[in-house]
Design a protein around this ligand. Structure first.
Ligand SMILES: *Cc1c(COP(=O)(O)O)cnc(C)c1O
Length: 376
């Protein structure tokens, strides 16, 4: 069976984990955490990066730092992972869902302004498949109505919009290093931001409400309970794994691109025949080959294709039952305007296997098998 995903492994991970153990500090914010944050600050040109235990937790931190209060409204697409909404629901926000663009599956920037009310506090663009949302328009709307922008860049690590790294454009960016993402530490993430004014609050929030970070820098002589906080820092063991992956960035990036481009080229004839649709990447975006998906006619064709591929030993998956139609979505949110594309497009999208250690022979087998499907 060809898996849908396997966590990337490049070779150095064991060495770094062993080294972390020998250094005698396994809790957070040791050598490997520092190396990972520094690597991202340099590579993505952002002033502050803090590793977290997940992207979900990075989003929770962002919601807290945006000072979300019960009843505040937060705008996001319904076509996203539950965490995008959960983080804001935790703070008592009402979620306002906006339809997606069918070409990129991202929030339709032209529909955001109509969803803004007096209660709106934040816009959350989700960069689906590592392809950027239309950030210039989104940042303009945010400026006009004095809103914050939290980028859910869980899938957007190492992708760009007009040359800027995703996650560094809004007020906050949230990354995921879950094992299904391009670079991984098993479970983990990061919060990114540029403004210095958030540093102290973010450190306290991340360190159980204490000023332990200042204490470690020798800025205070004992650490105390300063404010509300939680425990959002990952272990050095996880950071050591991630650092090996970041160091192997070129290798991982190139391999994912190779897979993406192979799919794209070798499935193009099916698109020309009108059997499938392929992903679209706007000119101002450079993606990171996070995902390769195709769209088929409707949910019936998709169900048959998944079964056919499974029979042939290939695991393909779909995802995101739109949040607004799920029980919690109805409880915590409302849809602004009409659901023209969210449900319809989500029902016909199919994700193909994509991971660093995937064999190119298998990729060829997958494209050949899709081409042999007669039920389009
Ligand atoms: C994976 C993902 C998340 C959650 O990431 P975790 O690190 O597992 O918490 C959030 N949003 C999107 C869009 C994702 O793809």
């Amino acid at each position: 069976m060809i898996d849908f995903n396997r966590p990337a492994f490049t070779g150095r991970e064991f060495d770094y984990i062993r080294d972390a153990v020998q250094r005698g500090m396994l809790c957070g914010d040791g050598e490997y955490t520092k190396r990972c944050s520094q690597w991202m600050m340099d590579k993505f040109h952002v002033n502050h990066v803090m590793l977290t235990t997940s992207c979900t937790h990075a989003l929770e931190m962002a919601a807290h730092l945006c000072d979300i209060k019960p009843g505040d409204e937060v705008i996001m697409p319904s076509y996203t992972f539950v965490s995008t909404a959960d983080a804001f629901v935790l703070k008592g926000a009402k979620i306002v869902f906006v339809d997606i663009r069918p070409d990129t599956m991202n929030i339709d920037e032209k529909l955001i302004e109509a969803a803004v009310t007096e209660k709106t506090k934040v816009i959350v663009p989700v960069h689906y498949a590592g392809v950027a949302c239309e950030m210039d328009t989104i940042m303009e709307i945010a400026k006009k109505y004095n809103l914050k922008v939290v980028e859910d860049a869980a899938q957007g690590v190492d992708a760009c919009y007009k040359g800027k790294a995703l996650g560094t454009i809004g007020d906050f960016g949230c990354y995921s290093f879950h094992e299904t993402k391009n670079y991984t530490m098993g479970e983990g993430g990061a919060i990114l931001f540029n403004r210095d004014e958030y540093v102290e609050k973010a450190e306290i929030l991340r360190e159980k409400g204490t000023d332990r970070s200042k204490f470690f820098r020798g800025q205070v002589d004992k650490y105390r309970w300063m404010d509300y906080g939680s425990s959002y820092l990952p272990s050095e063991l996880n950071a050591a794994y991630l650092y090996a992956q970041l160091e192997a960035r070129d290798q991982i990036f190139a391999k994912r691109m190779e897979i993406y481009n192979y799919y794209h080229k070798n499935l193009a004839h099916l698109a020309q025949e009108g059997k499938i649709e392929q992903p679209y990447v706007p000119e101002e975006c450079s993606h990171n080959a996070h995902m390769y998906y195709i769209k088929v006619r409707d949910i019936q064709v998709r169900t048959r294709l998944i079964a056919y591929l499974r029979e042939k030993g290939i695991c393909s998956v779909f995802h995101y039952v739109p949040l607004h139609s799920a029980p919690a979505g109805q409880k915590f949110g409302r849809f602004s305007g009409e659901d023209v594309y969210t449900t319809k497009e989500s029902e016909r999208l199919l994700r193909l296997p994509m991971f660093y250690n995937l064999d190119m022979e298998d990729v060829k087998y997958i494209t050949d098998t899709i081409a042999s499907f007669e039920g389009f």
